[in-house]
Ligand binder design. Structure first.
Ligand code: PGA
Length: 226
């Protein structure tokens, strides 16, 4: 089980320090935190396993606003998210760009959590499987690649996929790629156990509920009993 916290654009360095002092990951579950770029070194120093929220495909170059895998490794960062639905929807990132980011990060020795998932209208149009197929096709096949299934309609909305919906999508993803699959989208302490109990749910990617050390610790503990 892998439980990852995606802090998005939340927490200053001082707030990151305060979280790390208050949070002790339970034994027996792998915990990853993805803070904003400016807090990565603070979180690494606290002794936690730290991933970035994005990584560029080039080693260096004229890519204003981007960060390379080598820059992350220098800070002691262990991996990165790629292809989060907010990157796709708000910043125009594509399936191919996401795959290039994943490929480069893996080649540089980072681990990768690649996010996939359909929007509300794609689900209503019955396109969930074709969207997942299209997003997964260009991703590199690598033992250090983890997939996160995050239906965009469940992110930050309080609408969680039912355990049955999550299980169905995870089983489909696993028929296309041999990788652990995390569920993400409104995971909370009170719904984590039933989601994590599904046979093809290998962990969780947690946004809002990961910002509070007690609620994130409760989700991590739910992984132990699932
Ligand atoms: P949420 O976000 O848990 O706040 O829905 C999940 C994510 O975007 O990774």
């Amino acid at each position: 089980m892998l439980i990852a916290a995606n802090w998005k654009m939340f927490k200053t360095r001082a707030e990151t320090r305060a979280f790390c002092e208050a949070f002790t990951p339970p034994e027996g579950v792998e915990v990853v935190i993805c803070p904003p770029f400016t807090s990565l070194d603070v979180a690494v120093e606290a002794g936690l396993t730290i991933f970035a929220q994005n990584v560029h495909w080039a080693e260096e170059g004229a890519y204003t606003g981007e960060i390379s895998a080598a820059m992350l490794k220098e800070l002691g960062v262990a991996g990165s998210l790629v292809g989060h639905s907010e990157r796709r929807q708000l910043f125009g990132e594509t399936d191919e760009g996401t795959a290039r980011r994943a490929e480069h990060a893996l080649a540089a020795g980072l681990r990768v959590i690649a996010c996939v998932g359909e929007t509300d209208s794609e689900r209503e149009a019955g396109a969930t499987e074709s969207v997942l197929r299209r997003q997964l096709a260009p991703l590199p096949r690598d033992p250090r690649l983890v997939v996160a299934y995050e239906p965009a309609w469940a992110i930050g909305t309080g609408k969680t996929a039912t355990p049955a919906i999550a299980q169905e999508a995870h089983a489909y993803i696993k028929s296309l790629i041999d990788a652990p699959v995390l569920y993400g989208g409104s995971v909370k302490p009170d719904n984590a156990a039933e989601l994590l109990a599904q046979p093809d749910v290998d962990g969780a990617l947690v946004g809002g509920a990961s910002l509070d050390p007690d609620s994130f610790a409760a989700i991590c503990r739910a992984a132990l009993i699932s």
